[in-house]
Design a protein around this ligand. Structure first.
Ligand SMILES: [Zn+2]
Length: 295
């Protein structure tokens, strides 16, 4: 078995595109620094709405297959080699938006037994032994059943892995500080007339917005190659996202700012890095805050 690098990061997401929108800068940075970055995506997003008219015929398994290709292209843009689907492709399907009949599909992630799904993630944790795990908050950021379930599966897997002697030192939830969101959306409203988008989203449309005090950690990306890699990764998800930097739209066609400095709330483990916000997810982890590969 090949020895993995000293720093190992695991991200747990619901659909292809969530990883790039939420964590593209973080993934690009740690991959570039030689850390081992593992992405586990829980579904192929088979119920996503398709933006480009020429791809509008795609739905169900065909859309899932197409999105798998988009995910692979996004991972090339971020420099991430290790990306997997929880339990393998098609094991859990997209549950659709909350309240739809799709939520009752027995094969969908929303209907999955959390312990059984978490056991599949524990297998990945035991193999990769990540010191850091990143996922959504208990509301899944914005209430989508697959995001809520991805959160539950990730948090349960951390408990089960610890019981199995494979603890994850730090767990973070994706967050956006309210002050940043307020300022970014004010700028967006000013710039909207010059953009290729008709309407703007509001702060309430952004998942994970919280008061600034709750932010423990920020990964700087503004103006860096990592922000460029993030935009490229978002573009790769062409069925779901249209990018016009520094903005993008989802299928609702409402413009939003691309988050180029990514924010987190540490919810398990010890904060490192001294006073103020951490600038490294591995801060305080012994052997973790070295930049060299330990191989
Ligand atoms: Zn999603």
């Amino acid at each position: 078995m090949t020895e993995l690098p000293g720093r190992r990061l695991l991200l747990v997401h619901a659909h292809p595109d969530d990883e790039s929108i939420n964590n593209g800068v973080t993934m690009a940075r740690y991959a570039a620094e030689g850390a081992h970055v593992t992405l586990v995506t829980c579904t192929l997003g088979e119920r996503g709405e398709v933006i480009p008219p020429e791809l509008a015929h795609l739905s169900g398994a065909a859309l899932g297959g197409h999105r798998r290709g988009e995910l692979a292209e996004a991972m090339r843009a971020l420099g991430v080699d290790d990306f997997r689907l929880l339990g393998g492709p098609g094991r859990f399907s997209d549950s659709g938006m909350m309240g739809l009949a799709d939520n009752d599909d027995p094969g969908c992630l929303w209907q999955a037994d959390v312990d059984a799904a978490a056991a599949l993630l524990v297998d990945v944790i035991r193999e990769v032994r990540p010191q850091v795990l990143v996922t959504y908050d208990p509301d899944g950021g914005y209430g989508h059943p697959d995001h809520i379930q991805a959160h539950r599966v990730a948090m349960r897997a951390v408990e089960l892995a610890a019981e199995a002697g494979c603890p994850v030192a730090k767990v973070y939830w994706n967050r956006v500080p309210r002050s940043w969101a307020d300022a970014a959306f004010a700028r967006l409203r000013d710039e909207l007339p010059g953009l290729p988008f008709e309407k703007a989203a509001g702060v309430e449309d952004v998942p994970g917005v919280v008061d600034d005090e709750r932010i423990t950690t920020e990964i700087h990306g503004e103006g860096t190659e990592y922000a460029a890699a993030k935009a490229a990764a978002m573009r790769a998800h062409a069925t779901q996202v249209t990018v016009a930097e520094p903005y993008f739209v989802l299928s609702n066609d409402l413009a939003q700012p691309i988050i180029t400095t990514e924010y987190y709330e540490l919810v398990r483990g010890e904060r490192g890095g001294g006073e103020g916000r951490e600038h490294d997810l591995f801060a305080g982890i012994s052997g973790g805050d070295v930049t060299e590969e330990a191989s």
